[in-house]
Design a protein around this ligand. Structure first.
Ligand code: ARG
Ligand code: ZN
Length: 471
């Protein structure tokens, strides 16, 4: 019946429209990558390969000034394109030539180059900017927090727009050089390796390099008065930890936890496969916020997480994210389970190793302890919704899903799946569906019903994830 749609004369019309591809009209890049939860996150029309950030920060006034140089490649013929950014822009150059720019939407910076950019072209974008990031509020929120001696930026899913212009979505990862000048006596903390420092005219410049693909939200910066410790792990990986000099009574518990980073990363490497990055560590500014974040190579921790003494489980969680979240990142924020379910399961494995309860015991503790009418069982870890992205169910029910998988396929296959997953998707992006398909392939077992029960059902599963007759 399809031929009935072809009207007489259509062939002739097609010929007239068959103009050469090179003459296609350049069009604007999309203002978002089409994320299910955050449609305006990231942008279309190009991919960034590298960010060079050259910044100057005055803690006393919260004044940030900088120049960002982005290396990117166009993926369509572009008349203009967007970056995601919130601070004041003074000048934009594209391929060394002045471009016009305008703010639009919540955090869009629209850049129109002096001439259209053809598809597949390597471009450089220079953005000169300044601002007072803690004053820039979106829905009364800022990801940039001032501390008594400086500032810190670490948030998920969005933080970058408060301090550098970017393609702000985990599907566009890039390498980073971050150079920050601060008044003498202050230190900075960022991702990767700390190069040499120079001091002149009362300002000290710190140069940080993160040489493996890194998502924008995992890119971090802290300025303050820090004690910095440096060492290498038993496997020879450089470790750099940074502690605010002002952690009060929590200081010993913080150090007793974060100083175990090297030991924990070597242990996790034995379970999840080779560590994907070239440096590791952790940092603890004196903030009041209570969460932690798996900022790449160097997670961010809050002092309050150590108020009851050492909290190695938290270190285990954030370091497990280096594989699950940072190296293998979400394709879409609805896939958050491939981050949080796995990082939580790593904590259970640590508990078992430390003799504080096996993964089986912890799974039954949750399964038996949370009644069927609890809202916990209504949250789908496989697609929790933007407002429930970091709900307890994504973490704990998400880990129950992995326990159910382990019960079903056995220990050997389970760890083959985990290691195969981190290897196959290293530095890439993946979805929940990609994982379930991968687990079926490696195990040779149909697992659709199991994952449906543990990741997508909105009621309490009929049997414990330890039951061998589980779905
Ligand atoms: N990925 C982080 C973690 O589980 C969660 C951060 C949640 N963000 C927040 N502001 N609470 O370690
Ligand atoms: Zn987490």
């Amino acid at each position: 019946m399809r031929h009935r749609l072809i009207v007489p004369g259509a062939a002739a019309v097609c010929l007239l429209l068959a103009i050469p591809a090179s003459a296609a009209e350049p069009t604007p890049g999309a203002p978002g990558v089409g994320d299910s939860y955050y449609p305006d996150s990231g942008n279309g029309g190009y991919h960034v390969s590298h960010y060079d950030l050259r910044l100057k920060y005055q803690p006393k006034t919260d004044k940030l000034e900088g120049t960002a140089t982005l290396l990117a490649t166009t993926t369509q013929d572009l008349s203009r394109f967007n970056l995601d950014f919130l601070l004041d822009v003074n000048e934009v150059l594209v391929n060394g030539k002045k471009a016009t720019f305008a703010k639009s939407g919540v955090h869009e910076l629209e850049i129109t180059p002096s001439a259209a950019l053809p598809k597949g072209k390597d471009i450089s974008v220079v953005v000169r900017y300044s601002g007072t990031p803690s004053q820039v509020k979106v829905n009364n929120f800022t990801a940039w927090y001032r501390t008594p001696d400086g500032a810190v930026v670490a948030q998920e899913p969005e933080a970058a727009a408060w301090w550098f212009p970017s393609n702000d979505h985990p599907t566009d990862k890039a390498t980073f050089d971050i150079s920050v000048s601060v008044p003498d006596g202050y230190q900075t903390v960022s991702n990767g390796i700390l190069g040499s420092q120079t001091s002149k005219l009362g300002w000290t410049r710190y140069n940080w390099r993160s040489a493996k693909p890194q998502a924008t939200y995992l890119t971090t910066l802290a300025v303050g008065k820090f004690d910095i410790t440096q060492d290498t792990t038993a496997n020879g990986l450089p470790v750099l930890n940074a502690y605010s000099k002002d952690l009060g009574d929590n200081a010993p518990a913080v150090r007793a936890s974060v100083e175990r980073t090297g030991e924990i990363i070597d242990w996790e490497s034995s379970l999840f496969g080779p560590y994907p990055f070239t440096a590791v560590g952790g940092y603890v500014p004196n903030v009041k916020t209570g969460y932690a974040l798996e900022t790449q190579t160097r997670p961010y921790y809050s002092p309050s997480s150590f108020a009851n003494g050492a909290n190695t489980s938290l270190i285990v969680h954030e370091l497990a994210h280096q594989w699950f979240g940072d190296s293998v990142s979400v394709k879409d924020w609805k896939n958050i389970w491939i981050n949080e379910g796995f990082a939580t399961y790593a904590q259970w494995l640590w508990s078992e190793k430390e003799g504080e309860g096996t993964t089986q015991e912890l799974a039954d503790y949750i399964y038996n302890g949370v009644p069927a009418d609890n809202v916990f069982w209504t949250v789908k870890p496989g697609d929790p919704g933007a407002d429930k992205q970091f709900d307890r169910a994504v973490y704990d029910r998400g880990a129950l899903a992995l326990q159910a998988l382990r019960t079903k396929v056995g220990d050997k296959t389970f760890f083959e799946i985990l290691q195969g997953w981190t290897a196959a998707n290293k530095y890439g992006n993946a979805s929940v569906q990609d994982f379930t398909t991968f687990a079926e392939k490696v195990s040779g077992k149909p697992l659709a019903q199991l994952f449906d029960t543990w990741l997508f059902a909105t009621s309490k599963p009929a049997v414990s994830p330890n039951a061998t007759d589980t779905a």
